[in-house]
Design a binder for this molecule. Structure first.
Ligand SMILES: C[S@@+](CC[C@H](N)C(=O)[O-])C[C@H]1O[C@@H](n2cnc3c(N)ncnc32)[C@H](O)[C@@H]1O
Length: 251
């Protein structure tokens, strides 16, 4: 896995990203279909990878590179509270104190730890595919003495959650890099309780002034079609400074 720097502070880099974003919006960013290779299932196809993608195509988008554990400090940067307003995002979820929340792609636990404080009689299942992240989560839970958070090592195709066990599946800046989004979302939908919800937070793909690598952003239309493909129904979208929070229900 490559180390991914999602933040681009220089003017030149921002200018380049703006250009790439505009090309993407015009539908010109992808290589021609002649580059398509064999698919590993009917829902995926392959093209030559772009600079921040893996070449694997799903429902019209290229899947992004996974952020390696070496980039963990970026997730804990001090200005993230103002840049992303995670407290506002979590408040918009209206969690009940007894809820079981699974954060899929939990990374260092930046979001999971804040969610755990909101479900004191419930629990947070912090899922990630990188053993290094799980190790980090375990040591943070121990040092902070958190009793209602459990790290879970998932696989690229499954979050390893029991069917019908969670009230909310939360993915913050993670879904766009799932290598098997269809399989992951089908398993996540199965893990929901009957009234369970799915919440996705993604940098806004519609906005060329959100200076994030193009395949690490998603449009609302793209998210909706991918969630609807596994039987989830859009409920609402809330605006955050640079991201959108999208909430879906089962059925
Ligand atoms: C950009 S980080 C975001 C971490 C965290 N949600 C946050 O906002 O601080 C994305 C995380 O998703 C994880 N990830 C990627 N694919 C995954 C998958 N299929 N299942 C679970 N985690 C995955 C990566 O290992 C990485 O830790």
């Amino acid at each position: 896995m490559k180390i991914l720097s999602v933040r681009f502070p220089t003017f030149l880099q921002r200018f380049l990203l703006l250009g790439i974003g505009c090309l993407g919006l015009l539908g010109m960013a992808h290589a021609p279909s002649a580059l398509a290779l064999i698919a590993d299932s009917s829902v995926y196809s392959y093209r030559r990878p772009s600079f921040d993608g893996i070449g694997k195509q799903y429902m019209g988008r290229e899947i992004a590179e996974v952020m390696g554990h070496q980039g963990a400090s970026w997730l804990e940067r001090s200005d993230r509270t103002t840049e992303e307003q995670p407290q506002k995002m979590l408040a918009a979820l209206h969690l009940a104190p007894t809820d079981t929340v699974a954060e899929i792609g939990a990374g260092t636990g930046y979001i999971s730890l804040q969610a755990a404080a909101l479900v004191p009689q419930g629990q947070v299942l912090a899922v990630d595919i990188q053993p290094e992240m799980i190790e980090l989560l375990n040591s943070r839970i121990k040092s902070l003495r958190i009793s209602n958070m459990t790290p879970i090592l998932g696989t690229e195709q499954s979050p390893n959650l029991s069917p019908g066990s969670i009230d909310l599946a939360l993915m913050v800046d993670a879904y766009h890099e799932f290598n098997f989004p269809r399989e992951m979302m089908a398993a996540i939908a199965q893990a929901l309780k009957p009234m369970g919800r799915v919440a996705l937070v993604e940098y806004r793909g519609e906005d060329p002034f959100v200076f994030i690598k193009p395949h690490h952003k998603m449009t609302q239309a793209q998210v909706r079609q991918e969630m609807e493909a596994v039987g989830l129904t859009w409920q609402e979208t809330q605006a955050l400074p640079q991201q959108h929070l999208m909430i879906f229900a089962k059925g």
